[in-house]
Design a protein around this ligand. Structure first.
Ligand SMILES: Cc1cc2nc3c(=O)[nH]c(=O)nc-3n(C[C@H](O)[C@H](O)[C@H](O)COP(=O)(O)OP(=O)(O)OC[C@H]3O[C@@H](n4cnc5c(N)ncnc54)[C@H](O)[C@@H]3O)c2cc1C
Length: 477
């Protein structure tokens, strides 16, 4: 019998698993995909907002401010990147200026550092921005992270502390039993006292498995362009237009890995797997981004992608224990600022719904970060190569990632078994050639390290086999 089943291995399930893993509890996390951070946590702007945007009195406002405060120490403990680069919100007209005034009032009330800049002051720092901008509100403590790496790191700590993480386990039904719940996947049943539903865009479907239809989730798609690192000269800060009813608008965001993101759009879609980009969506991004920075080098686009926001029907995070089915906790409607709020959401869940928890005698909150061979000075590189020559064998030439870094990444508590899982943690395949050169080499490394045939290595889901047959054999000439 489990004490707790967590459904969903996105940033929310990962934080809750990580934070609860220090207590004397038997916890299992069920994730339907072949890896964690495979849905919304994989496709977003990765900004740790400071918390000026959510409406007064909302859970979003409180948890965003608190989450932003918690992140630096957590990222330090996990040895994952966190960079405070600051954000500028730009106003083009009187209407925008009125909106800036509201954001400024919220910042004052929430004790969030801000600064007002004139166009002259601002264009000295960001000379490529549109000179028609009338006013700027600066939020210097806004930060960026790598949500996929952070999620995997949280899960690694949770596993080290004893959480059982089961991938490829899609929850399809839940039965309320006398002493708890039976959570059923396609091939297993898990008995548990508590259920925490962190199923992202599927969270309303999971709630309905126990007959709870008190909230709905709509899927609000956001499309992006990714620019090559060569475009990093465009801006050093995150640049936002003034937010509207549909969200924060199309942004220009430097990523923690020195690419530039342009996006996202905000369109409601019907299907929970509709993450296709579209000509209309990308044209909108292009036009809105060019309003902020007129000369964007679109020839440096290396990728487009889209993510789905789980938009809750209450227009706020939906976090409660079901009053007819006790110990069933929904953590739903976690759209933006869900990444920024995640550590505080986890604390909120633990403080409100769990009592008298006992700490384990031994647990960890730290984990060793991945190697960043390319970032080292020459003497340190030489030392590492002398210790392990595979550090000197570069596999991904765009991102400059060595064989030993990939091997080290594979031998972690949550073993990345697919090409995409390695890509999400270490970035081979995220560069200019998008994996054209390194993919076959990584397949060989995964196969060797996991002792499986090369043709069993998948890109992502189990069906996504990469090697189907020998293209140069006698049978296929
Ligand atoms: C375009 C866009 C931009 C955004 N930008 C930002 C930003 O800059 N800053 C910010 O703070 N927030 C941002 N967000 C919001 C943020 O990405 C989300 O709030 C956050 O990722 C939600 O995490 P989650 O764990 O709730 O959901 P997810 O990451 O989707 O995780 C849910 C998990 O549950 C699993 N699951 C679903 N159904 C089942 C089932 N039946 N059985 C088992 N497992 C299941 C899924 O496979 C998935 O892994 C953005 C979102 C989008 C879409």
């Amino acid at each position: 019998m489990n004490d707790i089943i967590i459904i969903g291995g996105g940033i929310i399930g990962a934080f809750i698993a990580h934070d609860l893993s220090r207590y004397k509890l038997k916890i299992t996390l069920l994730e339907k995909d072949n890896d964690v951070a495979n849905e919304t946590t994989m496709a977003n702007s990765a900004i740790i907002h400071t918390g000026y945007d959510p409406k007064d009195g909302s859970l979003k406002a409180d948890l965003n401010v608190e989450g932003h405060r918690l992140y630096p120490q957590i990222c330090k403990d996990l040895e994952v990147p966190y960079q405070q680069i600051g954000a500028y919100i730009v106003a083009f007209n009187d209407e925008d200026e009125k909106n800036l005034a509201i954001l400024k009032q919220r910042a004052i009330a929430r004790n969030i550092p801000y600064e007002e800049l004139t166009p002259e002051q601002f264009l000295i720092v960001e000379p490529l921005l549109n000179p028609q901008i009338k006013k700027v509100l600066s939020f210097p403590t806004t930060a960026i992270i790598d949500p996929m790496q952070t999620c995997a790191a949280l899960i690694d700590v949770a596993i080290t502390n004893g959480v059982d993480v089961r991938l490829n386990q899609e929850v399809i039904s839940i039965t309320d039993t006398t002493d708890g719940y039976l959570v059923n996947t396609q091939d297993h049943s898990y008995a548990t006292r508590y259920v925490i539903n962190c199923a992202g865009i599927n969270s309303a479907k999971v709630a309905r498995m126990i007959g709870d239809d008190s909230f709905d989730i709509t899927y609000r798609k956001g499309e992006y362009y990714v620019l090559d690192k060569k475009a990093s000269y465009l801006t050093k800060h995150i640049i936002y237009p003034c937010p509207s009813k549909m969200g924060k608008g199309v942004l220009i965001v430097p990523t923690i890995h020195h690419n530039i993101l342009l996006g996202p759009t905000a369109f409601d879609v019907e299907k929970d797997d509709d993450v296709a980009t579209s000509i209309t969506g990308l044209q909108e991004v292009r036009q809105k981004a060019q309003k902020i920075i007129p000369n964007i080098p679109f020839d440096l686009v290396i990728r487009t992608f889209a993510g789905l926001r789980a938009k809750g029907s209450t227009d706020d995070f939906i976090i409660y224990e079901n009053n007819q089915h006790s110990h069933f906790i929904n953590v739903a409607g976690i759209d933006s600022p869900g990444i920024a709020s995640a550590p505080a959401i986890s604390r909120y869940v633990i403080n409100n719904f769990f009592h008298d928890l006992q700490l384990k005698e031994n647990y960890t909150i730290k984990r060793r970060g991945y190697y960043h061979f390319d970032a080292l000075d020459e003497a340190s590189k030489a030392r590492l190569i002398a210790h392990e020559p595979k550090f000197g064998h570069i596999i991904c030439r765009c991102e400059k990632i060595s064989e030993q870094e990939i091997i080290d990444c594979i031998h972690r508590p949550l073993v990345p078994r697919t090409l995409k899982a390695i890509k999400k943690r270490l970035r081979p395949g995220m560069g200019r050639c998008q994996g054209g050169f390194c993919a076959p080499l990584i397949i060989k490394i995964i196969a060797k390290e996991l002792n499986i045939p090369e043709d069993q290595v998948c890109y992502d889901a189990y069906e996504s086999k990469i090697l189907c047959y020998e293209s140069k054999g006698d049978d296929h000439e």
